[in-house]
Design a protein around this ligand. Structure first.
Ligand SMILES: C[S@@+](CC[C@H](N)C(=O)[O-])C[C@H]1O[C@@H](n2cnc3c(N)ncnc32)[C@H](O)[C@@H]1O
Length: 375
């Protein structure tokens, strides 16, 4: 990797300027640890989807060249070789590349898989490839912004008739009920109560009045407890209204510009009897369909929707409403959703959410407007 002074632009030719050293410290560092790779390797839903997408579609791999963007432990590269690929380039930015190289050798595919340590954006391959495979999805699909690197790889290294694994992605949202609303409000109230004791004590014991800092402390705590989206594996019963697709991505054609902002207006009808709207949950799915001229024999779906038995390490992102709102079956809502990259860190997201609820009686409730942070 380059030094901390090194800079690179996003694949669309400069929308975001990123300091590589800072990015490495903030983002890549965790991927260098086996415990983190193990978390992903232990996610059965994720593993089964990629495994089945490769081994149920061997015709895509036999005798072909493959590029694995962000190979991590090397698992997808090894499977590609086992499925019959002629050559696999396995690119990994972190020192995990050394473990991947060991794993490749231990599984006897070293003649096919070449592990390359470096940023996808910087690496030069000796040829173009038939397939790009990558597990690039972050929380709520786009957190981490790793798909930028896949797009960069696609533009430089995919043959004109090449295939993307996965080929398509979608983001979903739905209204939910959850006990987290009360819990987070209590945590916030507790933090503020504690602050007020602290201000009194500091004045009494040390003669300095801290109350001028109450407002910024309050803002800080609100952001932390009430406005930061939460990771949660929801039970499907917690979804109280119809889910909606808010973004569709064709991995073969999407540009970085298409991903910088997700804007959607969607409607949802409450399907649960007499309940509370506590917030919204966001999740994603990806599909492995091949491409129009060279379809998958078996199309595989990887979904991170609320599930009883098939939860994933991605879970869902929960955006809480404070206070929650009483709703009933048949109430309709229009939701305006906007998500863009945080100015301070392009791998994190800022969200604006507006919601208008029309009760089944026709009565319109007070509109809701909130800001959230996906940290
Ligand atoms: C979500 S992990 C997936 C690892 C592995 N492919 C798997 O499926 O288990 C993403 C990996 O991509 C690497 N990565 C992210 N962006 C990269 C880039 N621009 N160049 C090279 N590696 C990258 C990360 O370091 C991390 O190991």
């Amino acid at each position: 990797m380059g030094s901390s002074g090194d800079r690179f632009s996003a694949a669309n030719g400069g929308a975001v300027v990123v300091d590589k050293g800072v990015d490495f410290a903030n983002y890549f560092c965790t991927y260098a640890f086996l415990y983190h790779q193990k978390e992903m390797l232990s996610d059965r839903v994720r593993m089964d989807a990629y495994y089945n997408s490769i081994f149920s579609n061997k015709h895509h791999f036999v005798g072909k060249t493959v590029l694995d963007v962000g190979t991590g432990s090397g698992i997808l590269a090894i499977w590609s070789a086992q499925a019959g690929a002629k050559k696999v380039y396995a690119v990994e930015a972190t020192k995990m590349a050394e473990h991947a190289r060991e794993l490749v050798k231990a599984n006897n595919v070293q003649d096919v898989v070449e592990v390359i340590e470096g940023s996808m954006e910087d690496v030069t391959l000796p040829e173009k490839v038939d397939i790009i495979i990558s597990e690039w999805m972050g929380y709520f699909l786009l957190r981490e912004s790793m798909f930028d690197s896949v797009i960069c790889a696609r533009e430089r290294w995919l043959k004109p008739n090449g295939i993307m694994y996965p080929s398509h992605a979608r983001m979903w949202m739905a209204p939910i009920r959850t006990g987290l609303t009360n819990q987070k409000k209590c945590d916030y109230d507790g933090a503020m109560e504690d602050w007020h004791y602290f201000v009194d004590d500091t004045k009494n014991y040390y003669g300095v009045d801290m109350s001028v800092l109450t407002k910024p402390f309050d803002q800080e705590q609100r952001k932390y407890y009430l406005q930061t989206s939460l990771w949660n594996n929801l039970h499907p019963d917690q979804v109280i209204g119809t889910p909606a697709v808010i973004k569709e991505i064709d991995c073969l054609t999407a540009t970085v510009n298409d991903l910088l902002q997700v804007r959607a207006t969607f409607s949802s009808s409450i399907t649960a009897e007499d309940t509370r709207l506590c917030g919204f949950a966001g999740w994603f799915d990806v599909h492995f369909r091949g491409r129009k001229e060279n379809l998958a024999q078996e199309e595989i779906e990887l979904t991170t929707a609320p599930s009883v038995d098939n939860g994933t390490h991605w879970g869902q992102q929960v955006f809480l409403l404070h206070p929650s709102v009483r709703v009933n079956k048949g109430d309709d809502m229009i939701v305006n959703f906007s998500m863009s990259r945080s100015k301070e860190n392009h791998r994190l997201m800022d969200v604006e959410l507006g919601c208008e609820i029309r009760q089944s009686s026709g009565r319109l409730l007070q509109p809701i407007k909130c800001n959230f942070y996906i940290e």
